[in-house]
Design a protein around this ligand. Structure first.
Ligand code: ADP
Length: 408
């Protein structure tokens, strides 16, 4: 089955094509996609930079003057069959298209085939995810235009957290908030679920039997506590702004600060949104960068604000890990994923150090080796520790395969 996966960000669009012949693919390490594309609208005004990579190693780079997302997508899809980057003979060979959709609200606790009703729900939820859901819908419509009546699947980033116990989901404001949908939804769910399942696979144990903490530490950062096969607590909430300190996002702050800024400093809602989402976190404190590599280099060179940013990041990470533990009773494995989680031995070491009292112990040599999808705990550690390369696109492809096969 040829599965096209679309993963749209506000200024980028990743797509890839997998060929899954049978479910044996799911038992081992993820396969290489046949074809991958990255469209970046961010770097130059009015230009879409396109990079295509195929499993044969062919790389094609192009610049398109920005038209609509669907016009750019149509040209990108044409590279699937054009000579230099050909991986299929015709677009009709694609069996299904899967989309990462950021917000599925309370309705969607698992992936679904896209219908007119699903499209309407994604559009209606745009008020909760204004930067993402409209783009996800555009992607679905771009595929309708390019590929006609092909089955499409929506895979929601909130779905894995949809069984959060009410005690974890409800904000302690007026109950009316909860009735109008102001509650904790959680995000990064595709990544949390994929990494937790992969850890279970590497441990050779049933996923449903395990109690896990997954630390997704990228530009956006979130943790999840997982038991009985689903997320029971997570750090992001109504929006992806809650929780850990991130690259440019503040994470949780005293809500009184917002009131103070609005009232005393004359902030508008737009300015507040910009400060909390784009001018805070590692970038805000260090004044240097949102990139953890530069923060670490700056701190090592004696930059005190970079050091402070690093210290706050680690303090908040540790305290959120402690908060996740409270929902688990015991911990079988701790998982690190995404850019920082997969690549920063020092952040992993600092996070784990605080939990030595639980018998959690890293193997320092394995931790430094930059391994992925391996156990980096010391043999005597009471808790296994994994670095897992998050593969959201592969997780979306698997959901498409299962959904389409269940319909046959
Ligand atoms: P996104 O959330 O945008 O998908 P990524 O998962 O790619 O982001 O993570 C980006 C973050 O990962 C950046 O802060 C970057 O500095 C960090 N990162 C990447 N490589 C390393 C590394 N070797 N050491 C420390 N941090 C790293």
């Amino acid at each position: 089955m040829k599965i096209l996966v679309l993963n749209a960000g506000s200024s980028s669009q990743k797509s890839c094509l997998y060929d899954i012949t049978d479910s044996a693919h799911f038992g081992s390490s993820p396969p290489q996609p046949l074809w991958e594309s990255l469209v970046d609208w961010n770097r130059r005004q009015g230009i879409a930079e396109v990079k295509i990579t195929t499993a044969r190693g062919t790389v094609l780079e192009r610049e398109l003057s920005t038209q609509t997302r669907s016009a750019v997508m149509a040209q990108v899809l044409d590279t699937l069959w054009q000579e230099k980057t050909r991986v299929i003979d015709d677009l009709s060979e694609i069996d299904v298209v899967g989309h990462r959709v950021v917000h599925g609200g309370q309705q969607y606790c698992k992936s679904v085939i896209v219908t007119a009703e699903v499209k309407k729900a994604i559009a209606d939820l745009a008020s909760f995810a204004p930067l993402h859901n409209p783009i996800n819908l555009e992607g679905i419509e771009a595929i309708e235009q390019a590929l006609g009546d092909i089955p499409q699947v929506a895979v929601f980033d909130t779905a894995f957290h949809s069984q959060l116990p009410l005690a974890a989901a409800v904000y302690p404001g007026p109950y009316a908030w909860f009735e109008q949908g102001i509650r904790r939804y959680g995000f990064h769910g595709i990544s949390h679920q994929y990494c937790a399942r992969r850890a279970a696979q590497l441990m050779g144990r049933p996923f449903e039997d395990l109690r896990l903490i997954v630390c997704h530490l990228g530009n956006g950062c979130s943790l999840s506590a997982i038991r009985d096969g689903h997320s029971v607590d997570t750090t992001m909430g109504f929006t992806p702004l809650e929780g850990l300190m991130m690259g440019t996002r503040s994470g949780s702050i005293d809500p009184g600060i917002s009131i103070y800024l609005l009232r005393q400093e004359g902030y508008t809602a737009d300015r507040l949104e910009r400060v909390l989402n784009q001018e805070s976190g590692l970038k805000g404190i260090s004044g240097l960068s949102a990139d953890m590599r530069q923060i670490a280099t700056g701190a090592a060179a004696g930059n005190t604000r970079a050091q402070l940013a690093l210290d706050v990041f680690i303090h908040r990470l540790r305290s959120a890990m402690g908060a996740m533990l409270a929902s688990l009773d015991r911990l079988d494995a701790l998982v690190f994923t995404a850019g920082i989680g997969e690549n920063s031995p020092s952040i992993r070491a600092a996070a784990c150090e605080a939990f030595q009292c639980l018998g959690l112990q890293l193997d320092p040599i394995e931790n430094e080796r930059h391994p992925v999808d391996v156990d980096i705990a010391a043999p005597e550690s009471a808790v296994r520790i994994f670095t897992i390369h998050t593969q959201e696109d592969w997780a979306i492809a698997q959901d498409c395969w299962h959904l389409i096969n269940s319909q046959i």
